[in-house]
Design a binder for this molecule. Structure first.
Ligand SMILES: Cc1cc2nc3c(=O)[nH]c(=O)nc-3n(C[C@H](O)[C@H](O)[C@H](O)COP(=O)(O)OP(=O)(O)OC[C@H]3O[C@@H](n4cnc5c(N)ncnc54)[C@H](O)[C@@H]3O)c2cc1C
Length: 596
């Protein structure tokens, strides 16, 4: 194992933040005006330090000793409590939250790329933080003052942790089928009953209390998504005297997971004794709308989890490929010559360059999407706020799915470069591969993201958002084309793929309007893939232009190499995927159950 694994390349993150995303320009927004480049860089540096000195060294131990259930309580690795405290002290819990709630008011763009180091160091350890931030932020956004002081403050202070408790055994992808119930009482709370499954951070001994943000139906609520409400349901509730007492929340099982083994995911039973108190967050029956705020943040976080997990494995395999010797160059016939390092073989370089293109392309997409999130909330220009919000909504399924799906491929390549050693648990690539797999499943599977993109996002506003997206891409491509050193033919290829994507979208939308829903949606996962390739090519074009403006060195050449590679090898696939979406092949649309 290369113990000095940097997790993510510092020079790349600095380049992304400052050369590509121009993060300091966000300080023009009054909300970020107290910051400057130096404060951004200081936070990134602090995250790097903690990730390398504390999180990464504990990763393997946590993977090897997963949580266990003892007398109804979940016991996690002893390091979790210490790491959680160190992450709280770092300010990771509320880095982006306003100073009024104790936060640092940092742009999400900065926090995202800084926290990527924490995720790359130890995904499970960071998971406790990410979940708690999301839960506290929901209460900050939709809770009353009383709920904020009861639940949000202890979570932002790191005394309590949080979860999102949506999934039920019969309701995973389809939250319309949630059946947990909430009965109003005259005392202001509801009595909650139901079963939740796969709840990450759902019980543990690292914090004093856990607050679940639960989806449930108030008695008599309409069926479907419009009858779902959101509740804060703590493991322990405060009694009249201010003491913490049990709230009838029970762990009915711990999931034995193949990855993320430092973070428990549990089945929860709520209200077995009809004494589980839940407090309504936001208006009744609007729970899913509120939860979507957290889910959109969570989807970007999952994309970051994925890009970070691919990054640490990529850098591990790069170090290995430089260190391990095997065989000779393809032109060397003399067996008495010393063997060469793996990296000397073209096929190993193929695997390394592909990982680099995926990892850095994904991080750039996530940085760009985070920047839209910052501007959508904090720009002083109403038009810019609206435009950024639309682009953020459109790109969220891609920011979640591309890093998860292609990150998994990158993780298999990292393992492959390790040869037989990669297939052994003595080396870390297999652990990262196990971790990575979850990212295409939780927070909406890839299938669900495809349906969201094609069925909702691209048709939103009568195609308005897609037109906005196309304008944004075309403007950046035009700018890149004007920079000396950027290959004009590569930009033309990207532009052609974008036009094909827009035309494809129009064809599919027309089918939908004509009532041929399957003809529109049948290939939605392929559509998502085609869209992702274009988005990543757009970001590589931006990086190419930014790199070409710099003095040439190995780093700059590496950016240019990966940009050229992505556009030359992936972008032509858009044409093939578009033909597939239009019906060039109907194999799986027409396949009958008894043929599979
Ligand atoms: C380790 C782990 C941690 C988790 N953490 C949490 C958590 O903290 N909180 C929480 O609430 N949940 C959590 N989940 C649950 C997770 O979000 C769900 O597993 C996920 O949403 C999928 O639901 P499901 O497992 O019921 O699969 P299903 O919904 O049964 O889906 C199975 C397959 O069918 C496909 N499919 C389903 N419906 C459709 C459709 N309409 N069209 C096309 N394809 C479809 C899916 O894409 C998938 O490939 C976690 C899950 C895991 C494994």
């Amino acid at each position: 194992m290369a113990s000095d694994n940097p997790l993510i390349r510092d020079r790349f993150v600095d380049f992304l933040l400052h050369d590509v995303l121009d993060v300091t320009s966000l300080t023009r927004c009054p909300h970020f005006a107290e910051h400057e480049r130096e404060t951004f860089d200081l936070y990134v540096a602090a995250c790097r330090r903690l990730a390398r000195s504390r999180l990464f060294p504990t990763y393997r131990a946590m993977d090897e000793a997963p949580p266990r259930l003892e007398s109804g309580r979940v016991i996690v690795h002893a390091e979790v409590k210490r790491l959680f405290r160190e992450l709280v002290d770092l300010g990771a819990l509320n880095a982006t939250r306003p100073t009024s709630v104790g936060g640092q008011q940092l742009p999400m763009t900065v926090a995202a790329l800084a926290h990527a180091y924490l995720m790359a160091g130890n995904l499970s350890a960071y998971g406790y933080v990410g979940l708690t931030t999301g839960a506290a932020h929901l209460i900050e956004a939709f809770g009353s003052d009383a709920l904020r002081s009861t639940f949000m403050t202890p979570m932002y202070e790191g005394r309590w942790s949080g979860t999102m408790a949506l999934t039920e055994p019969q309701a995973g992808s389809s939250l319309a089928d949630v059946t947990s119930s909430a009965t109003p009482t005259s005392e202001g709370h509801h009595l909650i009953r139901g079963s939740k499954i796969f709840i990450s951070g759902g019980d543990h001994d690292a914090t004093e209390n856990v607050v679940h943000l639960v989806l449930a139906r108030i008695d008599g609520a309409p069926r479907g998504t419009k009858g779902i409400s959101l509740f804060a349901v703590p493991r322990l509730r405060l009694d009249a005297g201010g003491a913490l007492v049990p709230n009838d929340v029970h762990v009915s099982g711990v999931i034995h997971k193949i990855g993320w083994r430092g973070l428990p995911s549990v089945a929860l039973s709520l209200g077995e004794s009809n004494d589980c108190h839940g407090w309504l967050v936001g208006p009744p029956h609007q729970g899913l709308r509120c939860m979507f705020q957290m889910m959109n943040e969570a989807r970007i976080m999952v994309g970051l989890n994925a890009a970070s997990t691919a990054s640490v494995a990529y850098l591990e395999s790069l170090a290995y490929a430089k260190e391990r010797t095997q065989g000779r160059s393809i032109t060397e016939k003399d067996a008495s010559r010393p063997p060469v390092a793996l990296v000397a073989h073209a096929d190993v370089r193929r695997m390394l360059l592909r990982q680099k293109a995926i990892v850095e392309g994904a991080l750039c997409v996530l940085g760009a999407v985070s920047r839209y999130a910052d501007l959508s909330e904090h720009s002083t220009d109403a038009d810019e706020r609206a435009r950024s919000q639309k682009l953020l909504d459109l790109l969220t399924p891609i920011a979640k799915t591309f890093p998860a799906e292609k990150g998994f491929e990158a993780n298999t390549l990292a393992l492959q470069i390790h040869g037989g050693y990669g297939y052994s648990s003595e080396y870390l690539p297999e652990a990262w591969l196990r971790d990575q797999k979850l990212n295409s499943i939780h927070e909406g599977t890839t299938g669900i993201q495809g349906l969201d993109l094609l069925g909702r996002k691209v048709v939103a506003g009568g195609g308005n958002t897609l037109a906005l997206f196309a304008d944004e891409v075309l403007a950046d491509l035009a700018e890149a084309e004007g920079v000396s050193g950027v290959d004009v033919a590569s930009i033309a290829t990207t532009r052609e793929a974008l036009h094909r994507l827009v035309a494809l979208t129009a064809t599919l939308a027309q089918r939908g309007v004509a009532g041929d829903v399957e003809g529109m949606m049948g290939h939605s996962a392929d559509y998502l893939e085609a869209f992702s390739i274009v988005v990543v090519a757009w970001q590589w074009a931006r990086m190419w232009a930014a790199a070409a403006r710099r003095e040439e060195d190995a780093f700059v050449r590496g950016i240019v190499r990966a940009a050229r590679y992505w556009i030359a090898t992936e972008v032509p696939r858009v044409l093939q995927l578009a033909a597939l979406c239009e019906g060039a092949d109907r194999s799986y649309l027409d396949a009958r159950e008894d043929e599979l």
